[in-house]
Write a protein that binds this ligand. Sequence first.
Ligand code: UD1
Ligand code: UDP
Length: 372
Amino acid sequence: MEQIRVMTVCGTRPEAIKLAPVIKRLEREARIESTLTVTGQHRQLLDQVLALFELEPDYDLAVMKKEQSLSALTSRILTKLGQILNEEEPDLVLVHGDTTTTFVASLAAFYHQIKVGHVEAGLRTYDKYAPYPEEVNRHLTGVLADLHFAPTAKNRANLVAENIAEEQIFVTGNTVIDALLETVDADYQFNNPHLRKLDFSKQVILFTCHRRENFGQPMTDIFKAVRKVVEQNSEVEVVFPVHLNPQVKELAADILQEVERIHLVSPLDYQPFVNLMARSHLIVTDSGGIQEEAPSLNKPVLVLREVTERQEAVETGAIKLIGTTSEQIISQINHLLTDQQQYDQMAQAENPYGDGQASQRIVRKILDLFAN
Ligand code: UD1
Ligand code: UDP
């Protein structure tokens, strides 16, 4: 029996979190020879996830540089991955989502005429610069991919509308739910001293912000709005795990450092992070993945964006788009802090992203498709 050679490629924190359950499943299949290549687009944020899920890369391209530009990052990944694909010649390269790693790994595989499987396929805003550059990354990956693992029926419909062959699209649920359910734990004890001291009977707001299209004025307005909400509400505590991107860190230090009841902490490992989500009152974020996880934990999410590709959660009522202007952010957070009915409706809305079995479906499909 010939082995199916699957090379998974990831580089950033969210890709590793969402691919970890898939890699674990691939490793369990006798018919599959699984290898893991990390680009190291993120160094610290990626390594945290690899350690938590006990993933050991076969190849590490170690491409990260401080304040890397998109074009330099792209060319480093393309060159280095090309050499590895030459040596390994896998049957399938598996990528996830919409990062530079995702797009460039798909392009490298295509140049080597190797099939591409795209996990989390079909998410779209149809706005080229929002999120930037992710919307274009996922379009391009969609063009290059041979197998499209779409989390939801809506994602599938987007791909069909783009003339992708229906028999190449499989609706699986989102693998983030697999990772989340494995990690959340009601008895979890925080090691982080800031988190240990937090009083969760207060209104704890978990806040994250890192998108490139928010850099500059929008991010300044967002941070000022968060500061204002804390000043206006004595029962509110904000926890902000600050992304390592210097553009975010420096601005957070300028606007939010040493403000009473705002806790700036380093990026949290996935385990403390999801358990913090589960204990927070509400979440304010521009993250993609958090919009998918929070509805499973019955936490309302206010999204700091003008558009979202997670329209399913807007429709169930679990998340709400509030944009990036200070006034709107302040009024929307204040409203949710005081309107119990709105809070309950959002918290109780259904999770549209799956049942924790997405990885199993993906691996089964790979086995079916490559069986000969
Ligand atoms: C990347 C993805 C984005 C994803 C985000 C998840 C692209 C273009 N962007 O954005 O889609 O939402 O990851 O977090 O692929 N840094 C460190 N250590 C780390 C990680 C980052 O120091 O572990 C710093 C470096 O200075 C690096 C910078 O952050 O140059 C930016 O990293 P990069 O991966 O280019 O962009 P992100 O904003 O993290
Ligand atoms: N996350 C984490 N620690 C943090 C912030 C986020 O583990 O301090 C997790 C979060 O639960 C989600 C993923 O990282 O699974 C989202 O990553 P991010 O917001 O960086 O990227 P995006 O999803 O926007 O691409």
